[in-house]
Design a protein around this ligand. Structure first.
Ligand SMILES: [Zn+2]
Length: 474
């Protein structure tokens, strides 16, 4: 959005005259070409780095609540974690306790843990902290696997334009479990939550095995390859999926219709909530979503590298409206602006999903890049370039934007994208595209900092200078 806000924020801020809700009547204008000509930059690998073989192995189980099916989820989580530094505790983040989600009625509590716990409000409250740490009986060295487990309860907030919510017959969430907050090479990510609609989660990729119990009349989708459901009682079915290298989990269920296809070689599931459109009306969603996914994937794959996950699911939910939410292998969209929202959220599959960042400290490293990907796809740089000379430093953290909310979309999304587009022009499109492919490949399945991007672009000092002047790079 990332979540938040996603493209809707930028659209509202920078596209006052654009044609919301109006579909193209024919093929879109030719997007900026993917540069393939020889470039005067050093050779670098464009094959993705492999996920760390010592990444966490996480088993996650979401169970329904008999009295409040859908509204309340009971979870259990087991983590086999092999740190690359010595640790004294294992830190999880409870993002549904962030101030904005709490305003809408969300809460997450840890009901049981395999070790003693301590908590930090970390932007939440003492009663609803966003950080819980399981304390080890003694320090554990780097390279030794530690296994911990906990049970939790997650109350979904009422309908909202965010990564979690519920309506009468639809329920959805991402970051809806205690999220292991380790970053290899750095340590625990303890950034505070903020009250701004935007992500602050930071996590490394893990091997996730997820099961979800849902009312038997509902369909479940998640950010992995979904197995056939099993009946577990009169009222419930259990669904299961696996994602071997994802940094978070997203789930949606309810009364939905599904359409399966294959685009750019990727299995695609489009799920449309009945509350958004049902029956023949669902075609008005399936068609535009599938078309934009297909075209965006083709462009992004050619520009950045292969699609990084085994499958892609797009969930269309009425409360998301004109925004969007990204998770690795799953994006949530609303009912309009698919031509902007879909390429933006799919851009996040590379920038956040594959190449992770500290979303609290460096939100521009995924939001500006997703906007940049959308601008190149739509050949719509003119929508953003005007923001380059406006005030504000692109590289400020979420704690800054929490106190400058009116500027967040304009600076992080629009000015950030404008800086990247201008850097590409200044550095030479072919060379810039190649270095960016190498940056994606080198940091695949990792977590980057602005310094990593500066290193990648160092052969193009003019490009680096543009990003420095925008306050994106130090
Ligand atoms: Zn975004």
């Amino acid at each position: 959005m990332r979540r938040a806000l996603a493209a809707a924020v930028v659209a509202a801020l920078t596209l006052p005259g654009c044609t919301v809700g109006v579909r193209r009547s024919h093929a879109k204008p030719s997007p900026s070409p993917v540069s393939t000509s020889p470039v005067p930059v050093p050779e670098c690998a464009t094959t993705y780095a492999k996920p760390d073989p010592h990444r966490p192995k996480i088993t996650l189980r979401f169970d329904g609540d008999d009295e409040h099916p859908g509204e309340v989820v009971h979870g259990s989580e087991t983590v086999v974690f092999t740190p690359d530094q010595a640790i004294t505790e294992v830190v999880f983040r409870l993002w549904p306790n962030n101030p904005l989600a709490r305003e809408h009625g969300a809460s997450m509590t840890v009901d049981r843990a395999s070790l003693p716990t301590r908590t930090e409000a970390a932007g939440g409250t003492d009663d609803h902290p966003t950080l819980v740490a399981l304390t080890l009986p003694k320090p554990s060295p780097a390279g030794r696997a530690v296994t911990v487990s906990l049970d939790f309860t997650f109350a979904l907030p009422k309908s909202s334009v965010d990564r979690w919510g519920r309506t009468a017959n639809t329920y959805w969430w991402g970051s809806g479990h205690p999220l292991l907050a380790w970053v290899r090479g750095q340590g625990w990510a303890t950034d505070p939550a903020v009250g701004l609609l935007g992500e602050t989660a930071t996590s490394e990729v893990a091997d996730y095995d997820v099961s979800v119990e849902a009312p038997s009349s509902y369909t479940v989708v998640g950010n992995g390859v979904m197995d056939e459901p099993m009946t577990t009682g009169l009222r419930w079915r259990r669904w299961h999926f696996h994602n071997p290298a994802a940094r978070d989990v997203a789930v949606a269920y309810g009364r939905m219709s599904l359409r399966h296809s294959v685009v750019s070689g990727i299995p695609l599931t489009v799920a449309v909530s009945d509350e958004l459109a049902s029956g023949a009306d669902a075609e008005t969603v399936f068609g535009p979503v599938t078309e934009n996914v297909s075209e965006s994937l083709r462009a992004h794959v050619a520009r950045f590298g292969k699609f990084p996950f085994a499958a892609l699911t797009v969930v269309a939910l009425k409360p998301i409206a004109s925004a969007g939410v990204e998770y690795p292998g799953l994006v949530m969209v609303g009912s309009k602006r698919y031509d902007v929202v879909v390429p933006h959220e799919l851009g996040h599959q590379w920038f956040y999903g594959l190449v992770g960042d500290d979303q609290a400290r460096d939100p521009w490293l995924d939001e500006a890049f997703a906007t940049y990907a959308e601008a190149l796809f739509n050949d719509s740089a003119d929508r953003y370039l005007g923001a380059l000379t406006s005030g504000g430093r692109v590289g400020e953290p979420m704690t800054y934007w929490d106190h400058h909310r009116d500027d967040y979309g304009r600076v992080v999304y629009a000015k950030g994208a404008a800086a990247l587009l201008t850097a590409r022009d200044e550095g030479g499109a072919a060379a810039f595209d190649k270095l960016l492919r190498c940056y994606v490949a080198k940091h695949a399945y990792g977590v980057v900092s602005p310094a990593d991007l500066a290193t990648a672009l160092a052969p193009l000092p003019k490009a680096v200078q543009v990003l420095q002047e925008a306050g994106a790079l130090p």
